[in-house]
Write a protein that binds this ligand. Structure first.
Ligand code: 13P
Length: 248
């Protein structure tokens, strides 16, 4: 039986004072519930200090594909590990579209994360134009294939996949539970064709305008194993309610 996992992606939000308030609200409310917060790099130490010993893990939102060296502005997987990270988001659509990350670069970051012992949260998903032209499955398959080709299907036993339709991110337009389930089932089926055991154990999160109000119906779908939450992860009551809905 897969366990549901909810992760917050704070994106480029927060400051020391706001984070302290948010983390201290999450910690007691989520006692015993496994959850993740992916915070901006400068706040990893703060998350580590606040969450150590709790059921909430922390991670980053990006990582270098390089292990070390003259790569100004980059942060390595080993550095994330130094701050107690367990997870790192790779291939978020904002990284792909705004910072030009290709499928191959995302695969390299995924491998760098795993090589250091981190669990990558690999984001995949189609744009509105892609959905409307009927290539959703082809896009998601291409994004997955880049990682499978580089790292092998067995590597997915040490990863989380997040399906995030780009048109649903930050738009208030959530995929319907049926739309999301269809793509989740496609992802699991595609992986099952290569390795049934890996597919069965793989946590596939849904992301895109998840809120307390729609979390339960999304989580009730058979192939939706949790969520990757943007805006609502910055609001303690919202994030807590989403994590509780997933844990039910
Ligand atoms: P929103 O929940 O704000 O739509 O963002 C989703 C997301 O991009 C999480 O990674």
């Amino acid at each position: 039986m897969r366990k549901k996992l909810v992760a917050g992606n704070w994106k480029m939000h927060g400051n020391l004072a706001e984070n302290a308030a948010l983390l201290s609200a999450l910690k007691p409310a989520l006692a015993g519930i496994e959850a993740v917060v992916c915070v901006p790099f400068p706040y990893l130490a703060q998350a580590q200090a606040a969450l150590a010993g709790s059921s909430i893990a922390w991670g980053a939102q990006n990582v270098s594909e390089q292990a070390k060296g003259a790569f100004t502005g980059e942060v390595s997987a080993a550095m994330l590990l130094d701050f107690g990270c367990r997870y790192v988001i790779v291939g978020h659509s904002e990284r792909r579209s705004l910072y030009g990350e290709t499928d191959e670069l995302v695969a390299s970051k995924y491998m760098a994360a795993q090589a250091a012992g981190l669990t990558p949260i690999l984001c995949v998903g189609e744009s509105l134009a892609e959905r409307e032209s009927g290539v959703t499955e082809a896009v998601v398959a291409r994004q997955l294939d880049a990682v499978i080709k580089a790292a092998g299907v067995a590597s997915l036993a040490r990863a989380v996949v997040a399906y995030e339709p780009v048109w649903a991110i930050g738009t208030g337009k959530t995929a319907t539970p049926e739309q999301a389930q269809a793509v989740h089932a496609f992802i699991r089926g595609k992986i099952a064709a290569l390795d049934a055991g890996v597919a069965d154990g793989l946590v596939i999160q849904y992301g895109g305008s998840v809120k307390a109000a729609n979390a339960a119906e999304l989580m009730a779908q058979p192939d939706i194993d949790g969520g990757l939450i943007g805006g609502a992860s910055l609001v303690a009551d919202e994030f807590i309610a989403i994590c509780q809905a997933a844990a039910k």
